[in-house]
Design a protein around this ligand. Structure first.
Ligand SMILES: Nc1nc2c(c(=O)[nH]1)N[C@@H](CN(C=O)c1ccc(C(=O)N[C@@H](CCC(=O)O)C(=O)O)cc1)CN2
Length: 287
């Protein structure tokens, strides 16, 4: 292996330690940030992610508000919990764990959330702010990746970034983020309609693979020295994570994010950042 490691665990730990001080400062002013989560159904992966979020909250001093509904919950049941979290003064920010069960209109649920409490940066208002370059919560995985790259001194300004996958949680929102003046990257967003994926990948200084296709990114498709970030989470027959990036890429790339231990911990850390910033914004606007 020649690539250097983009260590998400260590970078997230540094962010959490800085947040612990900011949470203490808020509490000294009588404000306790509280993260709410809504988990619908019994997917073990989603449950693991939600539990991880609350564990992180406890580490930095953020309060936890947990709501759960069965997989059979109706659109109305889910919307009732969203309304309750909107009104709950202990909940300063919250997320609806995705994906929601089949048959649920996810956009309608997200649109019902109070944008001031959007901890994921996925509310239409937050995405609109991102388009307009106005302050607001940033989507957790994309901004987590930006911070991971910056922490390791990787130049984003002027870089050609190839994104694999057009989902709102990662690919599409990451395209918006990276083309802001403050990031200033050139972005190619690839998806299932892309004709010659290998030709696109070979141009990339930075690759972000979020397609959910095991080992889609092959060593021969990566420019030597490129930074490669693996967001893909597929599972083998033993439940072990198989990412979108072939292990052989580590012989060609300059930087690689381990999976697990790369992007995942940064997603979690950025969620905490959004919760703390939302509480800070509220306290400032309240005088
Ligand atoms: N409302 C949201 N739903 C989902 C999001 C999101 O950002 N908001 N992203 C993903 C899941 N996710 C957070 O919710 C998430 C994924 C992975 C990790 C993580 O730390 N992974 C570990 C490995 C864990 C394992 O072994 O399974 C790692 O990469 O080291 C955290 C959060 C979809 N839903």
């Amino acid at each position: 292996m020649t690539a250097q490691i983009l260590d998400g665990k260590a970078t997230a730990a540094a962010i959490k330690s800085e947040l612990t001080a900011r949470v203490a400062a808020l509490k000294a002013r009588g404000i306790t940030p509280g993260l709410g989560t809504l988990l619908v159904g019994d997917d073990p992966g989603s449950r693991w992610y939600v539990n991880g979020k609350h564990k992180d909250c406890a580490e930095v001093g953020i309060a936890s508000i947990q709501r759960e509904l069965p997989a059979t919950a109706s659109q109305e049941d889910i919307e009732a919990v969203v309304r309750e979290l909107n009104e709950n003064p202990e909940c300063t920010g919250y997320i609806v764990q995705l994906p929601l069960p089949k048959g649920i209109d996810t956009n309608r649920v997200l649109e019902l959330m109070d944008p001031a409490k959007d901890a994921d940066g996925l509310h239409p208002m937050s995405l609109g702010r991102l388009v307009l370059n106005e302050p607001g919560p940033l989507p957790c995985t994309p901004y987590g990746i930006v911070r991971l790259l910056r922490h390791h001194g990787i130049e984003i300004n002027g870089a050609h970034v190839v994104l694999l996958g057009r989902g709102v949680t990662v690919g599409r929102s990451m395209g918006l983020l990276l083309t802001r003046k403050s990031e200033n990257a050139t972005v190619t967003l690839c998806h299932t309609g892309t004709r010659d994926l290998a030709a696109q990948l070979r141009q990339a200084d930075i690759v972000v693979a979020a397609a959910g296709v095991p080992h889609l990114v092959k060593p021969e498709d990566v420019k030597p020295g490129a930074a490669v970030l693996d967001v893909g989470v597929s599972r083998d027959e033993n439940g072990k994570i198989v990412g979108d990036v072939h292990p052989g890429v580590a012989e060609v790339a300059g930087w690689i994010s381990p999976n697990p231990g790369g992007v995942g911990p940064m997603t979690r850390a950025q969620l905490l950042v959004n919760v703390v910033e939302a509480a800070e914004r509220t306290s400032t606007s309240a005088g």
